[in-house]
Structure formats: structure tokens, C-alpha cells
Design a protein around this ligand. Sequence first.
Ligand code: ZN
Length: 596
Amino acid sequence: MSNALPHWQLKELYPSLDSQELKADLQKIKNNVAALKELEFPPCPGSVEELAADLTKMIKMEEELADPVEAIGVYCHALITTDSYNSDAAKIESSLSGAMVALGLLNVRYLKWLAAVPEKLWNEFWTSDASNDLKDFKFALNEERDNASHLLSEKEEELAARLEQCGTHAWAKMQGLITSRATAEFTYKGETKRLPLTALRAYQTDSDPDVRLNAQKTEESAWKKIEDQVAACLNGVKGSANTMAKARGYSSALEQSLRISRLDDETFSALWDAMERSFPLFRRYFVSKAKKLGLPKLRWCDLDAPVGDSSRNYSIEDCQAFLYRHFESFSPELRDLAKRAFDNNWIDAEPRDGKRGGAFCMPVRKLEESRILANYACNFDSVNCLAHELGHAFHNYCMKGLPMKQRKCPMTLAETASIMDEMIVSESALKEAQSKEEELYILESAIASTSGVIVDIASRFLFEKEVMELRLESELTAKELCAIMEKAQKATFGDGLDENCLGPYMWTWKPHYYFSGFNFYNYPYAFGRLFAMALYSLYRKEGAAFVPKYMDFLRSAGQASPRELAARFGYDITRAEFWDNSLSVVENWVNRYEEL
Ligand SMILES: [Zn+2]
């Protein structure tokens, strides 16, 4: 059997960059954009029949306009991410930006048209037979109407879009430049080197506690030198976010973010309550980890310190066999999907020069398939990572055949299937562990990543909330930002961490604080993780009967709020009982971790 790591196959999408098929699609996009300039929207409909005809036409037009842009976009992205030297693909990809702007402006006009439909006619429509063929679009269309109510005038929207380029985006770009170019001198094993701060951070996974502390201290003194510049960037981004949220008629940037995430206040407070209730469990884990590392108390720099050992080698064939076996026990359809992904070369697994790091999965709607990029390293973490991405591919598979409008899934639900797969893998690997050290290693990786998404994310949320509120009054200094960060970390990590060794500079380099389109890019991760863990726990209770419900849930993830969707399957996510399912998983893990 060959040990070569697979590359993905893209031929089914386009034969090549200079193929007739791709050229024809580029021409189609060009024609579409030209035609859009002349496009007249229909007048405001006067009857339910007219409204049905207009909506049907616009939904069809949206798909037709998006199809070639999406297909070429996906193809170029696949070529560039596996070969950053491919300048031809980069050129074609950047030529799509004109079409993207035109489609964005068209969307504003469409939303304005939709919002102008009188409320009375709108309500009449949904109770009439005229809406029969459009019932499945009801949620998406209502959401669009609600979004439209927060739009500014067409002129203001255009001005805001242009100013964003030289305002928020420019601040974010500056933050990226400053932080990616910052370096510091670091001495490791007698050798002194100047390192980018990202490379320095990797020493926080070193097994020597002094190396870890030294790496953090060195990083902090580098941040100190540029803290005022980075603070100026954050003040710029958060100041604009407050201004825009107010202009759009939201009570706060947090309210705006919750609406985008499709969370109502009651669901959010149930989530927050579950997070708070989980803190004592994670604090037990931090205390136990400190003990295992021989430290009196865990410090910020020890959070990623290695515990346990897994020297087991997973060839790509081992990985396939492992995944097929455990996916099969969950659902044959999940197994078949994974098999199809390997057999038909949907996966690009080999790390190589010019290929980007990390992993992702992207849907290829044109083929109703997915493509997965990974950098396979023949260890357990790589198996887990492929399981995660195959979860995304499974979600895409469950949405097969749906129109675009019904596939738009909020970030809160986008990770359900991927984390479910991670749960299947880690629970199976724990059962198959060949030594206590290996069991400890798997548990450490599961608890550490979950605590990052719950305890650290909670501190990031508290930090951002306070910053947004104070920013309404005035700018904040770097010293104030560090103090707010430490206060937030104390509130969530509690006595699990040494309060004199926290991470005050986390706001400088986490890019999430600088995204212009989405504020509070933190709690959706916590929601996604706890929600998927609760579902896994319910699967364990309900057995095979759970699986068809779950697949149906994934298929409808774009068609209702998480709360409504869960209710359809009999779960009330505004109640603590639902979230207790995820906490019980954490509790089992921590109990065993303490024993080992
Ligand atoms: Zn993911």
C-alpha cells in the first residue's frame, strides 16, 4: 500500500486555468455585471401573486449570478492555497472583486425592494396559496427583511462601504502589519535568535517551564514597545463599530452581533449561564494540570504545555481505517461520505512548499462535493483534524440540492458537524488508548481545546464588552486595555491560574477583535462547541434514533434560528437541562484526567 499523501482533484470543476470552460464563465460574469447596471427592479407588488412571481424571479437570478463567481472563486482558492506561487490563479481571483462589489450593491437594492413590500401584503402572502412553493424560504426572506430595516439610504450605504476601506479595514490592516512584523531576541539552549512573535509563541508548548515563562516575558516586552500603536488600531475599529451599530438602529454592537448569530437574549443568557457553570470544572483541570507539571499553580504560559504522550504513528491508511470504523458505528452515511472523500481525492493532505498551513473544508456547490485542505503529520492530532474537516463535508452533503438562500448557516451552527466528528474520534481514541500516557495525551488535547473555547473565550467576551462600552465615552490607553484584559481573565479562570501570571496582551494579536463586519467574534465558538457536545451526549443516550434527526437538523441549519431548530427536535436550548448534557461530558473528562 502506498504511503504517499493525496492531493486534491480539481479537474471536475475546470480542466485548467486557461480552459474554454473557465473562459466562458469569466465572460458570463462580465456580461452579468454589465447587465446589472441596466437592471430595473419591478415596482412594489400589489398582490400576493405578483409578490410570488417577483420573489421567484429574484431567487433564481441570485443563484445564476452567484454560480460562476463561486465556481471560479473556489477553483482559484484551491489552486492558490496549495501553491502560493500560482500568480495566474491569483490574477483571475482578484479580477472577481469587481463582480463582488457589483453583487454587493445589487444586494442593497434588492433588500430595499424587499423592505418596501407592505407588512399587510407580506403577512397575507404567507397565509395564501401563492406562497406554497416558497414556504422553505420564509425564514431567509424574513431575516432579509429584518436586515433591510437596519440599512441606511442607498447613498449612505455606498459611502459607508467606501469609508470602511480606508477606515476600519485600514486599522485592521495596520494591526496585521505591526503585529506580524514585530520581533524579539530570544535565547534557547544557549543560542540567541531574533524571532517573529508568532514563532516565539510556539515556545509556550515547550516541555521546560522556564522556557515557556521566558518566551511569554520576552513577547510581552516586545508588545510593550508597540502597545500604543496597536491600541490606536483597536480604538479605531471599535469606535467605528459603535458608530455604525447606532446608525443602523441597534441598541449596541452586541445586539447587532447576536442578531447576525441568530441568537435571542434568552438563548444567549442560557449559553452564558452554562459557560459560567462550567468554570469550576475547568478550574479543577487547571489545578490538576499544574500538579502534573510539578508547578504550584498554572500560569498563562503553561496553558499549552504538553501533558501525556502519544508516540503512536497514524499513516494516512491508518487514519482512513480508524475514521471509517468509528464513523460507521455512528452512521453508515458518515462513513460512506468519508470514503468518497478519500477515494475521489477531495482531500489535499501533503504539506509542501508554497502550501498554506492549517486546515479548512470548502463546499463546491457546482459539483455538490467538498474539498478539504490539511497538512497531515501522521499523528493523532492530524486524524482529529481530518475528522473535523470531514464533519464540515458531511454538513455540506446533508445540504445537497438546497438553494443557496437556504444554506446560509450562522457561525453558531457552522461547527456542529465538525465538533460532533471530533467527539466521535476522541471518545473512540480514549477507548482504544494503549497506555495511560496516551489516554492522558488525548484527554489533555480534548480538555485544553474545550477550555480554550469556553474559559478563554468567556474572558475575551467580557473584555470586548467592557471595551465597547467604555469606547462610547472615550479612547482607551494600552494600559487600560491590559487592565481590562487581566480583570476579564481573573473573572473566568478564577483561582485556576496564578493571578500574577496572566495574559494582559492578548488583545494585541488576536485578529478577531479587529474584524470590521462582525464584533464579538468569540461567543459563537463557545455556542458551537457546547451545542455540539450536548448533541453528542444526547446521541449517546438516544442511540441510532438520534442520527436521522441530526442529519435533518444539519440540512435545515440555514432555515431557522438555533432555538427554533432545536425545538423542532424536542430540545429547549433556553433551559439549563439542555446544556447540562455538554457539562457532563466535560465532567467525565476532568474526573478521569484527575485520576491519571
Ligand atoms: Zn471548523
